[in-house]
Ligand binder design. Structure first.
Ligand code: CAA
Length: 240
């Protein structure tokens, strides 16, 4: 029977590309999303992949949502923590709410989603936890104290949990995309975005599919010896 993959923030942008790549690789795929019903309906119509609505920032909602997914598609073997938001502001303007929103979605959301699937993966002796961090968690970014902190936290989470999963057949890895052509990056003022592109050696934004291929590789049996790793895909913008 095909393994089941659950992708958070899976109906748009990088998450949508991940869902499609995993489906093409033969997995049963379910997508989670938090807000945009219209995009989710269009996604399901286009891909045939079911979309489930809840906020990853809410632990109880994650437990209930994962329960619904598992009832429909079987136990989650592969969890892709992709959901993320930005609330960019220079620190002197950043509000406590902007800080909390980003930490609760981008960092606590990873706990909230991983914790309910962890014991099942341990019992079955197989699992893949793949978390989409960011170049800005590696290098820091002006106006992103909240986002950079959360994304750096995702890398620490990955390294710690990899050690716990290793003997149970569970790999835990992070991917750090650079600037990818998604709504999130397109929301950056055009002039600023042009300046950013000038700092990318390959001379362009990345494509969502370029991140999706990284996920498909880390999800596969061939990647079983890779755990606790941070896979950087940023067009050479930041070398770690
Ligand atoms: N380094 C140093 N100074 C910078 C800077 C930088 N990278 N970016 C802006 N500044 C400076 C400006 O020059 C300006 O200085 P002056 O006031 O002296 O002229 C000042 O900061 C801007 O101040 P404002 O009060 O105008 O700032 P603002 O409140 O309007 O905020 C901004 C503007 C939010 C910083 C906007 O420029 C922006 O969105 N920048 C991009 C941030 C970014 O890269 N976010 C990543 C989003 S994509 C993503 O997160 C996905 C991923 O994982 C890669």
């Amino acid at each position: 029977m095909a393994r089941t993959a659950l992708v958070t923030g899976g109906t748009r942008g990088i998450g949508k590309a991940i869902c499609i790549a995993l489906k093409e690789a033969g997995y049963t795929v379910a997508a989670n999303y938090a807000g945009n019903d219209t995009a989710a309906e269009a996604f399901s119509k286009e891909t045939g992949i079911a979309a489930y609505k809840w906020s990853v920032a809410d632990y109880e909602a994650c437990v209930a949502g994962i329960g619904r997914v598992e009832l429909a598609h079987g136990p989650v073997d592969i969890l892709v923590n992709n959901a993320g938001i930005t609330r960019d502001a220079p620190f002197h303007k950043m509000t406590p709410q902007q800080w909390r929103d980003v930490i609760e979605t981008n960092l606590s959301g990873v706990f909230n989603m991983t914790h309910p699937v962890w014991n099942g993966m341990r019992e079955r002796g197989f699992g893949r936890i793949i978390t989409i961090s960011s170049i800005n968690g590696q290098k820091g970014q002006f106006a992103q104290a909240n986002y950079s902190a959360a994304k750096a936290g995702d890398i620490g989470f990955t390294k710690a949990l990899a050690q716990e999963g290793a003997r149970k057949g569970i790999t835990v890895n992070a991917i750090c995309p650079g600037y990818i052509a998604t709504d999130m990056v397109m929301a950056v003022p055009e002039k600023v975005r042009e300046q950013i592109i000038e700092t990318i050696p390959v001379g362009r934004l990345g494509e969502p599919e370029e991140i999706a291929r990284c996920v498909a590789f880390l999800a596969s049996d061939q990647a079983g010896f890779i755990t606790g790793a941070t896979l950087t895909a940023n067009g050479g913008q930041y070398l770690v």
